[in-house]
Design a protein around this ligand. Structure first.
Ligand code: GTP
Ligand code: MG
Length: 202
């Protein structure tokens, strides 16, 4: 593997485009509703407990956070959307932050969209998926909190997610649990693969 996920450190935490790190290393961004498990997934992939701060209370991540992975790749943890309890002003501010990042970041390689495996994707999730496609990215969806449902429910929930987000059979949909680390190695290999592919085509 090109990426061994050993070195991981925060680069910077920002709210505005002008403060994004000036770099052309490829980036992978994680988007999804508040509380879906974005920060937990980042910690899991990097085998860290609290590099990306997590919380049981939605709305924990309120900035755009850049992480350096093995000096080769950046992960970008974004604020969540769809959390009813933040003020309208705050929601607009976060929405703008997410949109600005996704639309303008030239070294953004892939967007990983997280949805909770227990629920039908929300209207906001569908709007985010449309935005991802609109920005020209191939959808990659991660269904989080796999440990919270029974084995017998998994296939049905994955089909519901595929159907609601209009993912075709070839689109990537990975069931994942940060709690049990299910899907961790699959996701690491996938990231390694897309990184290697990006390096080869440059
Ligand atoms: P915001 O920063 O608010 O947008 O949330 P986030 O998407 O970063 O979610 P975060 O990682 O902070 O996780 C939210 C809550 O879900 C925390 O209490 C986590 O412990 C829990 N959680 C995340 N992933 C899993 C999982 O795979 N299984 C279980 N059981 N809980 C999880
Ligand atoms: Mg977070």
């Amino acid at each position: 593997m090109n990426i061994n996920f050993l070195k991981a450190e925060i680069i910077t935490t920002v709210t505005k485009e002008r403060d994004y790190p000036k770099t052309d290393v490829p980036e992978i961004a994680f988007v999804g509703r508040s509380n879906v498990g974005k920060s937990s997934l980042i910690n899991c992939l990097l085998s860290r407990k609290n590099l990306a701060r997590t919380s049981g209370t939605p709305g924990k991540t309120a900035t755009v956070n850049f992480y350096n992975i093995d000096d080769k790749l950046n992960f970008v943890d974004l604020p969540g959307y769809g959390y009813a309890k933040v003020s309208k002003v705050e929601k607009e501010k976060w929405g703008k932050m997410i949109e600005e990042y996704l639309a303008k970041r030239e070294n953004l390689l892939r967007i990983f969209q997280l949805v909770d495996i227990r629920h039908k994707p929300s209207v906001d999730d569908c709007a985010m998926m449309d935005w991802v496609r609109h920005c020209g990215y191939v959808p990659v969806v991660i269904a989080t909190k796999l440990d919270k449902i029974k084995k017998a429910q998994v296939e049905g929930q994955l089909a519901l997610i595929r159907d609601t987000l209009k993912l075709d059979g070839d689109s990537i949909l990975i069931p994942f649990s940060a709690e049990k680390r299910t899907g961790k190695e699959e996701l690491q290999s996938f990231i390694d693969e897309i990184y290697t592919e990006a390096m080869e085509t440059h």
